[in-house]
Structure formats: structure tokens, C-alpha cells
Design a protein. Structure first.
Ligand SMILES: Nc1ncnc2c1ncn2[C@@H]1O[C@H](COP(=O)(O)OP(=O)(O)OP(=O)(O)O)[C@@H](O)[C@H]1O
Ligand SMILES: [Mg+2]
Length: 244
């Protein structure tokens, strides 16, 4: 537990560059404006954020403050209206759709609030779906899926359908799916909001454990302050403006 800022030290030769191996995510002056009929909705005003290569950042803010928008931009799902987005060592700001989909496939994992498992596939198959897009052969993919399910305490549930799992178990399948392709950054959009407090804390503990064991960075969106002590650092967002 550590609320303080934990900047990873820079080596002299990477100072000043936007992309470096100590950074999982960098947003520079990111702005996002949605067009809604005749109106412009400014979801992000001027977001600056750096997430270290093994850092867990909690992103906390009220409904409508821009949290999902920020995650979608960080995860190469949405393009910013202005500003710069660097994921790992790649500046993705100018990337086209095919390059963005490669970033989504190779570099980032997503765990959404609505767990989004494919209902007619088993837990194991839900993990393997991710790999269909990847480069591993089938047996290596299956071994990885089974290893992840085992680590997440789901070894005996691998052949269950989502409807045969509890809420917490489904959330763990979603976490396993996000880790399938060994991303350097995982974005969690309110991973515990559908769970009761006790289960929510268990899932947060698991997320922290999995991220730290792998040296993977994470942004965890929550509006539950109780969940923030599982992060290394808390960033608040209000009306599209970030504050440490
Ligand atoms: N596709 C869209 N078109 C127009 N406006 C949008 C769109 N998506 C989001 N918004 C608006 O942008 C703002 C930020 O939305 P966002 O979904 O990022 O908020 P949030 O912090 O994730 O909220 P919540 O906690 O309710 O999930 C809100 O005012 C929302 O209404
Ligand atoms: Mg949201």
C-alpha cells in the first residue's frame, strides 16, 4: 500500500523522450470532444498522465467525469481530438486503424465493467478467443489459458459456461482473458462495481497480485475510494480534468 508517487528512475539517455522502457502509458495534453447532435461534449480537457512500467494507478472520479473515455484512448479504442498518446514505446497518436488494432491485440488488456464474456463459450474458450488473433500455436495457447485459469483459482471451472459461474468467477475469467497475450498495460474499467464489497476487495487483491507478479502496469477505474489502497497511486478526475 502506497499512496505516494513512485516514479521509475530514468537513465540519462532516455530523458526527454516521450517513449521509454520505464513507461507503460503516457498521455500528453489529451483532449477528447464528442459530437452529440449539434453539441460538443468535452469529455477530457487536458489530460496529462504517466503510468510507470510496473505501476498501478487508480483513476477515481464521479459518473461522467471521463474515466471510460480516458481508458478507451489509452487502450487504442478511441482516438483523442488533440494531444499525444504513447503506449509502452509506441507513440500511437498518428496510428491508423490496422496499427491501432495491433496495439489492442499485442500491448493492452481490457477488463470492462460489464464483463463481456462470450456466453456460449466455456471459461477456457473465452481465453482462447483472444489468442485466435495472436501468434501462438494452439497447444501453447491452451497451456497458457490453463495456467492462467489455474493461477486465478479457476482450474476446476475451465469447462463451465459464464452462466455456470459466479460474478466473481466471471470477473476472474475476464482478468485471465486480459492477460492472455501478456500485455504491458491492463485497463480495468470499474472491475468491482458489480460485486459486493467483500468480493470486490478479493478481486482487487487478485488484480494487484497478478499485476505485481508480472511487472505489468494497470489503470484501475473506480468510484469506490475503498478500492484505492490496492493502487500505488491515485489520480482523481473531475469534469475531464485530472488531479493527482
Ligand atoms: N459517444 C459519446 N458521445 C457523446 N458523449 C459521450 C460519449 N461517450 C461519453 N460521452 C460523454 O462524455 C463524458 C464522459 O463520459 P465517460 O463515459 O468517459 O464518463 P465516466 O467517467 O466513465 O462515467 P461513468 O462513471 O458513469 O462510467 C460524459 O459527459 C458522457 O456523457
Ligand atoms: Mg465509465
Amino acid at each position: 500500500m502506497n499512496h505516494g508517487r513512485r516514479d521509475t528512475p530514468h537513465t540519462p539517455d532516455d530523458q526527454g523522450t516521450a517513449a521509454d522502457s520505464h513507461t507503460a502509458l503516457r498521455l500528453e495534453a489529451v483532449r477528447k470532444v464528442y459530437r452529440l447532435g449539434d453539441d460538443d461534449v468535452v469529455a477530457l480537457h487536458h489530460a496529462d498522465l504517466r503510468v510507470g512500467a510496473d505501476e498501478i494507478v487508480a483513476l477515481v472520479g464521479p459518473s461522467g467525469s471521463g474515466k471510460t473515455t480516458l481508458c478507451s484512448i489509452a487502450g487504442a479504442i478511441l482516438s483523442p481530438t488533440a494531444g499525444r498518446v504513447v503506449v509502452g514505446e509506441q507513440d500511437i497518436t498518428e496510428f491508423g486503424e490496422s496499427e491501432l488494432s495491433r496495439v489492442r491485440r499485442e500491448s493492452v488488456g481490457f477488463v470492462f465493467q460489464a464483463v463481456n464474456l462470450v456466453p456460449f463459450l466455456t471459461a477456457r474458450e473465452n481465453l482462447l478467443v483472444i489468442d485466435e488473433l495472436g501468434s501462438r500455436n494452439r497447444s501453447a495457447a491452451r497451456a497458457r489459458a490453463d495456467q492462467l485459469l489455474d493461477e486465478l483459482g479457476l482450474a476446476d471451472r475451465a469447462s463451465n459456461l459464464p452462466s455456470q459461474l459466479s460474478g466473481g468467477q466471471r470477473q476472474r475469467v475476464a482478468i485471465g482473458r486480459a492477460l492472455m497475450n501478456e500485455p504491458s498495460l491492463v485497463l480495468f474499467d470499474e472491475p468491482t462495481s458489480a460485486l459486493d464489497t467483500q468480493l470486490g476487495e478479493k478481486v482487487m487483491e487478485l488484480i494487484r497480485h497478478e499485476m505485481k507478479a508480472r511487472g505489468t502496469a494497470a489503470v484501475i477505474v473506480t468510484h469506490d475510494e475503498r478500492m484505492t489502497h490496492y493502487a500505488d497511486r491515485v489520480v482523481h478526475i473531475t469534469d475531464g480534468v485530472l488531479a493527482a
